[in-house]
Design a protein around this ligand. Structure first.
Ligand SMILES: [Zn+2]
Length: 562
C-alpha cells in the first residue's frame, strides 16, 4: 500500500497498517522534468511522487516501481536505496556551511542548487535537523493526482485596476497599533516553540481571540509531528453566496530560536507573530461584512519543525474535496532592512495569477511595492503543502533571501519592526482577500449563481464551429447580465457582451478550442447597478451531444449525422 511508507505515520496509525506494505526497501528517487512533461506518465505508472520542485520530482519507490520506470524509459536517479522508508525533509542550504552542518546531523543529498533532502538512519529527521535551516516534510500522499491535470498557465500581464472604495474602507480599518499589540501579546508567551506548553497556550489564546469576533466557526485541528502533537487554529466566516468556495489567509503561530534557548525563549515577532497578527486583524476587520465567498483565517503550528500543521490541513482539505480557490500565506512581514521595504510574492506556476492580483492590491491598498517570483522549489513555508494538493497559494515575505539579522534568534522582537511597512503589507493582504471574497453591497443586485460552461461544436453545411456555451440561474432583481472572459484564471476579465444579456445563457463564438478561457457573469439591475462577479468557470470538456439538440436543426446538424 503506497500510503503507508513513513514510519512516523505508522507509529500514529498503528501497526495494523504495516500489513499493507510489500515489505521491500523503499528508495528515495529523483525524476527530472527535462526533457518534457512527465506528470501524466508518472501518474499512469502509479509512482508515489511526494514533492514537485522547479526542475524535478522526488518520489518513494519500491523495487517494482523502479522496474516499471526503467521499462517505460522514464529517467530517474536513486538518491538512497532505503531512505524512502523513513522521515525525509527538504532543507534549504544556501551556503556550504549549511550543507556541512546538515551532513553532520544525518544523511543529506543536494537535489537542486540550494535544496537538499535530509534523512537519518535512526531517530526522527525533524528532531535532528540543525536549528535555523528552513525545512519541509514530504507530502503525506502522492502529489500527482491533481498536478497532472491541466492547470492555468504562468503567462500573465501586469494587472492594473482602480481601487474599490468599499475595499479602501475595509483596509483603512487595519491599524498599526492594533497589529503591534497583537504581536506583543504573542511575543509575551516567551516561546511558541511547538512541543512546549507555551506554544499550546498561544494556540488557546488565538482560539479565544477568534471566538470573540463572532465568526461562524472556530475550531482546533490537532495533528502529530515527530513524537508530539499540536493544533492549528481555524476560524471561518461563511460565504453568503458560495459557502463551499473558500479563500484562506494564514500564518504560523509557532516560533523557534537556537537549540539552546528555544524551549524557553523564542519571541518570534517577525517569524511569524507578524503573519499571525495580520490574520487576526483580517478576521477583526472582515467580521462585520457579509461576503460572497467563505474566508478561513488559519494560524498553523509546527511550521518550524517542517510545515506539519499546514501539511495536515491541506491534505485533509483535499481528502474532503474542499474547493480552496486561493491561499494567502503571510510569513515575516514586519521587518524592513532598507526602507521603503517591498514584499516578495512567491508562487508556483499554477498560482501565478494570485501573485499578479496581490501586486495590484498592494499598489491600491498598501500601498507597498511587491515583486513576483515563480519558484516551485521555494517550499519553506505553509503555502507549499497547498501546492502539494494543487491548491493555488502564495507566500508574502519581506525579503528573499532573508535579510532580517534577528531571524530565528531570541532578539526577533517587536521593537525591530517597521510598523508602516507591516501595516501596508497587512492592508495589501486584506485588500486582496476582500476583493476575492467580495463584500456584499446594499442596494446592488445579488451575485449570480449556477454559472456553467461547456464547449460545443456545431457543424453547418459550410463549416464547423466551436463555441463556449454559458448558462446560469436567473434572478428576479436582474434586468440583464454581463459576461466577462479572461485567458488567465481570475486575471484581466473583459466584458464580451455588447448589451446586457436578457436571458440566462450566452454563446461565446469568438474562441479557439486549444486555448483556455475563464468566465464570470454579473447581474445588472434596472437602475444600472452591477452585482459582484459569479464564481469563475472554465470549460474543459468538448461536449457536443446535449447542447446541440436544442440548436436550430435547419441551420445546424450534428457532426455525427453528416
Ligand atoms: Zn516562518
Amino acid at each position: 500500500m503506497k500510503g503507508v511508507k513513513a514510519p512516523a505515520l505508522m507509529v500514529f496509525l498503528g501497526a495494523a497498517l504495516l500489513a499493507g506494505s510489500s515489505g521491500g526497501p523503499i528508495a528515495l528517487i529523483k525524476i527530472s522534468k527535462v526533457p518534457g512533461p512527465v506528470e501524466l506518465r508518472l501518474e499512469t505508472l502509479r509512482i508515489d511522487v511526494r514533492q514537485e520542485l522547479e526542475t524535478c520530482f522526488l518520489a518513494l519507490a519500491e523495487p517494482e516501481d523502479l522496474d516499471r520506470l526503467r521499462k517505460n524509459k522514464v529517467g530517474f536517479s536513486v538518491i538512497d536505496r532505503t531512505a524512502g522508508g523513513g522521515e525525509v525533509l527538504l532543507v534549504r542550504v544556501d551556503d556550504p556551511d549549511a550543507l556541512s552542518s546538515l551532513r553532520r546531523a544525518g544523511r543529506a543529498s543536494v537535489v537542486e542548487p540550494g535544496t537538499a533532502v535530509f534523512w537519518t538512519e535512526t531517530g526522527s529527521a525533524s528532531a535532528s535537523v540543525p536549528a535555523g535551516l528552513p525545512r519541509k516534510a514530504l507530502s503525506l500522499r502522492s502529489v500527482l493526482p491533481y498536478l497532472s491535470r491541466r492547470s492555468a498557465t504562468a503567462t500573465s500581464k501586469p494587472v492594473t485596476a482602480a481601487p474599490d472604495p468599499l475595499i479602501q474602507t475595509i483596509v483603512s480599518l487595519v491599524s498599526g497599533p492594533g497589529l503591534s499589540s497583537r504581536v506583543q501579546t504573542l511575543q509575551d508567551f516567551q516561546t511558541r516553540y511547538a512541543s512546549t506548553a507555551n506554544c499550546e497556550s498561544a494556540g488557546g489564546f488565538l482560539f479565544s481571540e477568534f471566538s470573540a469576533l463572532g465568526l461562524d466557526d472556530v475550531r482546533f485541528q490537532a495533528f502529530p509531528f515527530s513524537s508530539y502533537t499540536s493544533r492549528n487554529v481555524i476560524a471561518e466566516k461563511t460565504g453568503e453566496t458560495y459557502p463551499d468556495d473558500v479563500f484562506i489567509i494564514c500564518g504560523h503561530y509557532d516560533s523557534t530560536s537556537p537549540a539552546a534557548t528555544r524551549q524557553t525563549s523564542a519571541p518570534g515577532a517577525d517569524d511569524d507573530a507578524s503573519g499571525t497578527a495580520a490574520v487576526l486583524e483580517a478576521a477583526y476587520v472582515l467580521a462585520a461584512f457579509q461576503l460572497d465567498f467563505t474566508v478561513r483565517f488559519i494560524a498553523f503550528s509546527a511550521e518550524e519543525w517542517g510545515l506539519y500543521g499546514s501539511r495536515a490541513y491541506a491534505a485533509a482539505a483535499r481528502q474532503a474535496g474542499e474547493r480552496v480557490l486561493g491561499v494567502i500565506n503571510l510569513d515575516m512581514i514586519g521587518y524592513a532592512d532598507a526602507p521603503p521595504e517591498d514584499l516578495q510574492i512567491i508562487v508556483n506556476s499554477r498560482s501565478s495569477w494570485l501573485a499578479d492580483l496581490f501586486i495590484a492590491a498592494a499598489a491600491n491598498y498598501g500601498p507597498v511595492g511587491a515583486t513576483k517570483t515563480v519558484d516551485a522549489s521555494f517550499v519553506y513555508s505553509d503555502h507549499s503543502p497547498f501546492w502539494d494538493n494543487a491548491y493555488p497559494a502564495l507566500l508574502a515575505i519581506e525579503d528573499n533571501p532573508l535579510r532580517n539579522p534577528y531571524y530565528h534568534q531570541t532578539s526577533d522582537t517587536l521593537d525591530r519592526f517597521d510598523i508602516g511597512f507591516f501595516t501596508g503589507a497587512t492592508r495589501s493582504s486584506v485588500g486582496l482577500l476582500a476583493e476575492l471574497a467580495q463584500p456584499i453591497r446594499a442596494g446592488y443586485p445579488r451575485t449570480p449563481v449556477g454559472l456553467q460552461s461547456r464547449w460545443v461544436v456545431y457543424t453547418s453545411l459550410f463549416n464547423s464551429l466551436s463555441a463556449v456555451r454559458l448558462t446560469w440561474t436567473g434572478q428576479s432583481d436582474a434586468a440583464g447580465y454581463n459576461v466577462y472572459r479572461a485567458d488567465v484564471s481570475h486575471v484581466g476579465y473583459v466584458k464580451i457582451n455588447a448589451a446586457p444579456v436578457a436571458g440566462t445563457s450566452f454563446n461565446d463564438n469568438a474562441v479557439t478550442s486549444d486555448l483556455a478561457y475563464y468566465y464570470v457573469v454579473t447581474a445588472v439591475a434596472a437602475s444600472g447597478l452591477e452585482s459582484n462577479r459569479s464564481r469563475e468557470t472554465s470549460p474543459y470538456a468538448i461536449g457536443i451531444d446535449t447542447v446541440l439538440r436544442s440548436l436550430a436543426p435547419t441551420l445546424i446538424r450534428f457532426r455525427r449525422g453528416i
